[in-house]
Design a protein. Structure first.
Length: 383
């Protein structure tokens, strides 16, 4: 990127890769394209699929950083950061911008302080936001996890959890708990990770599970990480003791990662654990119903649908194999922006999708039953 004549990187924050290989980058970067009038510090910059500044796009300025942004099904983006002005317009600390980078003025969240450190888009245009922020109508009420509707309104049906530090020291700047990561499961539940020890008064050390209405679930009860102190110089001591996220490792394990010394599963504590830990699925909940990345029997999914997608990568034809065929099932294929590129009904254990019409890139196959998403799988198309 820096080998081109118009771009010099300073501080990258977040990025989005389009199916054709183009890249959208946030942060703060210096442009020197005097021919097209893009000079000085810019907060949102487009690149071609060859890594050079995209001279066909309008790059955007702002008075603060966009630290996180995610693509919506519509092709728009929801962003969060420290900006109060972006692309020549006033914005909230969580705002939406159009596919061309201009501000969507129809979307207002009224988040007046703080930021969302993670955002998760939903299929209906809503979005989960996790971090630490304030709403203009309640400036004393810190929000850690919220769901915003398609117009930016905070969803009143979502029960926002309250976080507590517990025995954790304040991280050093007087703001208390924080949420760093959000991960949705196929059953709609939400894994929340961050710097906290209590959620709604119950012990959850850096990780918890919420249902789609925001209610705290039993998973991770008594589990989590332990803090440590880091002193980069004699005048500064910083406390860490957080998880930043969780990833599926295989059918029986997860990986959790963050900044911590020690992990306890409610029965066994290993103080030698550092930064990344591998967890057994059955040990996570210490007696509660185990967490699963596949549909669970108690949610009407049987014993699991036994989903297999092959070949992956593929050159235009892909087969979805199901051990159990749900009633009223439909497949939806989405591109990297979340836009629907194909729909197809499922009536057999084997369903073949023809994808010759889509470009090379990363897609997602989603299985729905009566409007409820059951499974989502990543798919790579390479013609």
């Amino acid at each position: 990127m820096n080998t081109g004549p118009y771009f010099s990187s300073l501080d990258g924050r977040d990025y989005h890769v389009f199916p054709d290989g183009r890249v959208l980058l946030s942060g703060v970067h210096i442009l020197s394209d005097t021919i097209r009038g893009f000079t000085g510090a810019h907060r949102l910059v487009w690149f071609s699929n060859t890594g050079y500044l995209d001279t066909t796009r309008v790059h955007r300025k702002g008075n603060g950083a966009i630290n996180r942004f995610v693509a919506l099904e519509s092709g728009k983006f929801v962003a969060s950061g420290t900006s109060s002005q972006f692309a020549g317009r006033p914005v909230d600390h969580i705002f939406r911008f159009e596919a061309d980078g201009s501000v969507d003025t129809t979307y207002r969240t009224f988040i007046s302080w703080g930021e969302a450190r993670d955002l998760v888009p939903l299929v209906n245009g809503s979005v989960y936001a996790g971090g630490r922020f304030l709403h203009a109508t309640a400036p004393q009420d810190t929000i850690y996890v919220a769901r915003f509707l398609a117009d930016g309104t905070m969803d009143p049906s979502f029960n926002r959890p309250q976080m507590g530090l517990g025995a954790l020291p304040d991280p050093g700047w007087g703001f208390g708990p924080d949420v760093y990561g959000l991960d949705t499961l196929p059953d709609g539940n939400l894994v929340v990770t961050g710097y906290f020890q209590f959620v709604n008064g119950q012990e959850r050390r850096g990780i918890c599970l919420l249902d789609p209405n925001g209610n705290l679930m039993d998973a991770f009860g008594g589990c989590g990480v332990f803090p440590y102190l880091y002193q980069p110089n004699p005048n500064l001591t910083i406390s860490y003791g957080n998880l930043n996220g969780i990833e599926a490792y295989d059918a029986t394990h997860y990986l959790v990662y963050g900044a911590y010394h020690g992990y306890g599963d409610g029965t066994t504590t290993d103080m030698q654990q550092r930064m990344v830990s591998r967890l057994f699925v059955g040990d996570i909940t210490t007696g509660a119903a185990p967490l699963s990345w596949s549909p669970r029997a108690e949610r009407g999914g049987g014993e699991g649908l036994g989903v297999r997608v092959y070949p992956n990568p593929n050159s235009g034809y892909v087969t979805l194999e199901l051990e159990q065929v749900p009633n009223d099932a439909q497949l939806v294929v989405r591109d990297a922006l979340g836009r629907v590129v194909q729909r197809q009904r499922v009536q057999d254990h084997y369903t073949t999708l023809e994808l010759q019409h889509v470009g090379n890139g990363i897609y997602h196959i989603e299985l729905y039953r009566a409007g409820e998403r059951l499974v989502a799988q990543r798919l790579v198309v390479q013609h």
